[in-house]
Design a protein around this ligand. Structure first.
Ligand code: BES
Ligand code: MN
Ligand code: ZN
Length: 497
C-alpha cells in the first residue's frame, strides 16, 4: 500500500473516492462542508433526508456526486462533535477502511486525519490512519491454493491535511505508521503460519532473512550450542520434540558503540500441546500462536531498522515445540537452569517460563540497559484483562511507566499487575529451588514471579500477551500486538539516550 501526504482542499481531489466525516446529528465536518459547497448543497440534502445521521461507525457511499471529481464520496459518522475522542475517531477510521475494502476501492483520499482529536496530534492521527488501513486490508493467503479474487487491495491511501497543517508532522506519522505496519504484518504472518510450517528452524531462517534485509546482526545457536551454555531448563522442553530447538540473537546497532542495549526477549514456542500435561483438544490449534512473543520481537526489530532508530537493541528468541513423547518432561522432573537454580516441573504446560528463564540469564551477558520479555504466557491473563490490555509486570517502576505510556501512545495498551513478594511463596517446592507453577490463583503474577528470579540483575519488565496477540472466533488471526507498543517504547528510549 502506497501512503501519500497531501496539502489541499477535499473538493479538488481526483481518484476513486474521497472520505469525509459527518458529526451527530447530521453536521458536516469542514472537509464535508467544502465538498458540499462544490456540490451545490447535494450532501446537505442527503443529510437533511436522514440517510446519514453521523452516528459513530456508520458509513454511506455515494457515487457520481455532482461537482466532485472523485468517482465516489464516502461519508463516515463521527458521533458528537464536542470533544471528539480517540475511541470514536479510531472506530470511524476503521469503519471507513472497512467500507473501502467492501467496495473494493483501490485508491482513496482520506480526510479524517485532519480532524482535531482530544490530546492526539497530527502525527498520531496520521500514524493511526496508516496502521488501521494496513490492519483492515491485511490478508493471509499463503496457505490457500488460490488467492481470494474478491479481496481487492487498497493500492494508494492519500492522507489529506488542510493548508494550515504541518506536512512535516504528517510525514513523521506516515513514516512511523509505515514502519510499524511492516513490523505488525511480519508478526501477523509468522503467527498465522501453522505449526508444521513455522517450526523453530523456520523461525531461524526468517530471522536470518530479516537480518540480511534490514542490516541486523544475527547469530543462530543450535542444540549443541545451547547445551554448552547450560540452558538445562530450555532444553528440557525442547527434548520432547523431534524438531530441533534454536536460540536466536539479533542486534540492531543504531546507537553509540558503548551504549548498553535494550534487550527484548520473545517466547518462541511454535506449538504448545501442553506436553505430558496435555491440553484439551478444543481450540488447541490456537497454540500455534505461542510464538507470538518471538514474532513481536522480529516485528519490532524490522520497524526500528526501517526507522533507523539511534539505539542499540538486541532480540533474544528461545524457540522450540512443547510436545508429549518418551523424551518429554514429566510432572515431578527437576531440571537445572543456566543460572544454576533448580526447578521442579509440576506442570509441563507451564513451559514458556522454562524457556524464558534461560534467555533471561543469557541477557546478563549483554550488560543490558533493561530487558523486556514478551510472551503468550498465561491463560489467567486472558481472564484478568480480556483481549484489550496486555499484562505488564516489572521489577522497576520507571520501566513500567515507560511501557504504560508507550502502550497509550501507540493505542496498544498494557496494564500493570503487582509483583509483590507476597506472591513469591506460592512457588515453593519440596524438592527443588522452586516449582514452575503456583496454583490457579493469581496465575499471571506467579508466572512473572518465577521469571523475576532470573531477572534480578537488571531492570526488567514482562509483557503477557496471551489475550492480545491473536483473535479467536470468525476473525481468527494474529494481531501483531505488541509491536506498536514496543516501537513507541524504543522510540522514546532513543530520544533519551
Ligand atoms: N501458552 C500457554 C498460555 C496460553 C493459554 C496463552 C491460553 C493463550 C491462551 C502457556 O504455555 C500455558 O499453557 N500456561 C498455563 C500455565 C499453567 C499450567 C500454570 C495456563 O495458562 O494454563
Ligand atoms: Mn503451555
Ligand atoms: Zn505456552
Amino acid at each position: 500500500m502506497e501512503i501519500g501526504i497531501k496539502n489541499g482542499s477535499p473538493d479538488k481531489q481526483r481518484g476513486a473516492c474521497v472520505v469525509v466525516g459527518i458529526f451527530e446529528s447530521r453536521k458536516p465536518s469542514a472537509a464535508a462542508a467544502s465538498l458540499d459547497q462544490a456540490a451545490n448543497g447535494y450532501l446537505a440534502d442527503i443529510l437533511r433526508r436522514g440517510d446519514m445521521d453521523g452516528k459513530p461507525g456508520s458509513t454511506l457511499l455515494l457515487h457520481k456526486v455532482p461537482g466532485i471529481k472523485t468517482e465516489r464520496v464516502l461519508l463516515v459518522g463521527l458521533g458528537k462533535e464536542r470533544d471528539l475522542r480517540e475511541k470514536p475517531w479510531r472506530d470511524a477510521t476503521r469503519a471507513a477502511m472497512k467500507a473501502l475494502s467492501d467496495a473494493g476501492i483501490a485508491d482513496a483520499v482520506f480526510c479524517l486525519a485532519d480532524l482535531p482529536v482530544k490530546k492526539r496530534d497530527l502525527t498520531w492521527r496520521v500514524e493511526q490512519s496508516v496502521l488501521i488501513a494496513a490492519d483492515v486490508f491485511y490478508r493471509f493467503e499463503r496457505m490457500k491454493s488460490k488467492p481470494d479474487e474478491s479481496a481487492r487491495p487498497l493500492r494508494k491511501l492519500t492522507v489529506l491535511v488542510s493548508a494550515r497543517a504541518s506536512v512535516a508532522e504528517a510525514e513523521t506519522g506516515a513514516a512511523r505508521g509505515r514502519a510499524i505496519a511492516a513490523g505488525v504484518g511480519l508478526a501477523k504472518d509468522l503467527g498465522n503460519l501453522p505449526g508444521n510450517v513455522c517450526t523453530p528452524s523456520y523461525l531461524a531462517d526468517q530471522a536470518r532473512a530479516l537480518a540480511k534485509e534490514c542490516g541486523l546482526g544475527i547469530e543462530v545457536l543450535d542444540r549443541a550450542d545451547i547445551e554448552k551454555l547450560g540452558m538445562g531448563s530450555f532444553l528440557s522442553v525442547a527434548k520432547g520434540s523431534d524438531e530441533p530447538p534454536r536460540f536466536l540473537i539479533l542486534s540492531h546497532k543504531g546507537g553509540d558503540r558503548k551504549q548498553k542495549p535494550v534487550v527484548l526477549v520473545g517466547k518462541g514456542i511454535t506449538f504448545d500441546s501442553g506436553g505430558i500435561s496435555l491440553k484439551p483438544a478444543a481450540e488447541m490449534d490456537e497454540m500455534k500462536y505461542d510464538m507470538c512473543g518471538a514474532a513481536s520481537v522480529l516485528g519490532a526489530l524490522r520497524a526500528i531498522a526501517e526507522l533507523k532508530l539511534p539505539l542499540n537493541v538486541t532480540g533474544l528468541i528461545p524457540t522450540c515445540e512443547n510436545l508429549p513423547s518418551g523424551r518429554a518432561n514429566k510432572p515431578g522432573d527437576v531440571v537445572t537452569s543456566m543460572s544454576g537454580q533448580t526447578i521442579e516441573i509440576l506442570n509441563t504446560d507451564a513451559e514458556g517460563r522454562l524457556i524464558l528463564c534461560d534467555a533471561l540469564t543469557y541477557a546478563e551477558k549483554l550488560d543490558p540497559a533493561c530487558v523486556v520479555d514478551i510472551a503468550t504466557l498465561t491463560g489467567a491473563c486472558v481472564i484478568a484483562l480480556g483481549h484489550v490490555a496486555t499484562g505488564l509486570l516489572a521489577n522497576d517502576d520507571g520501566l513500567a511507566r515507560e511501557l504504560l505510556d508507550a502502550g497509550d501512545a501507540a493505542a496498544d495498551r498494557c496494564w500493570q499487575l503487582p509483583l509483590w513478594d507476597d506472591y513469591q511463596e506460592l512457588l515453593k517446592s519440596n524438592f527443588a529451588d522452586m516449582a514452575n507453577i503456583g496454583g490457579r490463583a493469581g496465575g499471571t503474577i506467579t508466572a512473572a514471579c518465577f521469571l523475576s528470579k532470573f531477572a534480578g540483575k537488571y531492570h526488567w519488565a514482562h509483557l503477557d500477551i496471551a489475550g492480545t496477540a491473536w483473535k479467536s472466533g470468525k476473525d481468527k488471526g494474529g494481531t501483531g500486538r505488541p509491536v506498536p507498543l514496543l516501537v513507541h517504547f524504543l522510540t522514546e528510549r532513543a530520544k533519551k539516550s
